[in-house]
Design a binder for this molecule. Sequence first.
Ligand SMILES: CCCCCCCCCCCCC/C=C/C(=O)SCCNC(=O)CCNC(=O)[C@H](O)C(C)(C)COP(=O)(O)OP(=O)(O)OC[C@H]1O[C@@H](n2cnc3c(N)ncnc32)[C@H](O)[C@@H]1OP(=O)(O)O
Length: 300
Amino acid sequence: MSSILRRCTKLTHSGILSMLPGSNGRSCALQYFASEKRYSTSSKIKVDLDSNTGVAIMQFQSPPVNSLSLDFLTEFAINIEKLELDRSCRGVIITSALPKVFSAGLDILEMYQKSPEHYVEFWKAVQEAWFKLYGSSKVTIAAINGNSPAGGCLLAMCCDYRIMAENPRYSIGLNETQLGIVAPFWFKDTMQNVVGHRETEKGLQLGKLYTAPEALKVGLVDELVPEEKVVSSAAEAMSKWLAIPDHARQLSKSMMRKPTIDRLLAAREADITNFVSFTSKDSIQKSLGMYMEMLKKRRS
Ligand SMILES: CCCCCCCCCCCCC/C=C/C(=O)SCCNC(=O)CCNC(=O)[C@H](O)C(C)(C)COP(=O)(O)OP(=O)(O)OC[C@H]1O[C@@H](n2cnc3c(N)ncnc32)[C@H](O)[C@@H]1OP(=O)(O)O
């Protein structure tokens, strides 16, 4: 943990923006931010802050699928906290540096055949990442340039605005039931706050992964744009959000989100206990094991 902290707080001022791996579209997207300075680099997440605009771009770079492991979540929470405390930062765009995937959601291996102590530590990190992002006073925009199931969808839903690549092969949603597990109440609350009660009920029960066009239709994302324009469109949207005085926007955001945040704050310990006892069940372990096998078979 302390080594991660040290890595995350190390500032570099190379002023050179490294090119992303993957398609030309991603390189083009980065050119948009050519004036950015490297803000922080950790092994799994890269953050560049443009000192002119006050907009940070956070890129997930944890192959193969940006799964939300304990280390990833810890780095994520630290980075969001650091930006929160930085008065020169007004907005954060979250995107992926990997092709075809925004984030595969929680790292299933963190929930499989580990000790109860590990489950406690992991779940605290999941909660912490959510508190930091959902409670952020900055404008947060998800530039969803690939698949975004479960925890990946949660991260996107925590943002103020979502722009997704219009590729119909990409999907997003809370698919937990398909794994034989249940999304916790605060995942549900977050989705309900975005798409409403009825769509959340259908989405959760069916474990529905919405294709990009379906996600737009139900309001799970706000815009679809060509893949190579996801980040530049996010920057355009950001400028509109930043045209509003910060204090008024921040108070409005807090007014909308506080009850949801307070709900988990009040049940934080019980939520951890629930997670540990649920995850430790033989039946749940069996479901997770079968799901991992299915993922591997699908690949071969
Ligand atoms: C009374 C009520 C009580 C309630 C109590 C509630 C308690 C709480 C319960 C628990 C709640 C948990 C909430 C869980 C949230 C989650 O996020 S679970 C994770 C869900 N994620 C997924 O289902 C995504 C699975 N992955 C994919 O669909 C695909 O990988 C992809 C993202 C679409 C990318 O596809 P592709 O590019 O083709 O890559 P793959 O070949 O499939 O994968 C590459 C390797 O990565 C491994 N992998 C994929 N996803 C994950 C993951 N989430 N975690 C760990 N590892 C992952 C995959 O197995 C491949 O591995 P190798 O074969 O070894 O290379």
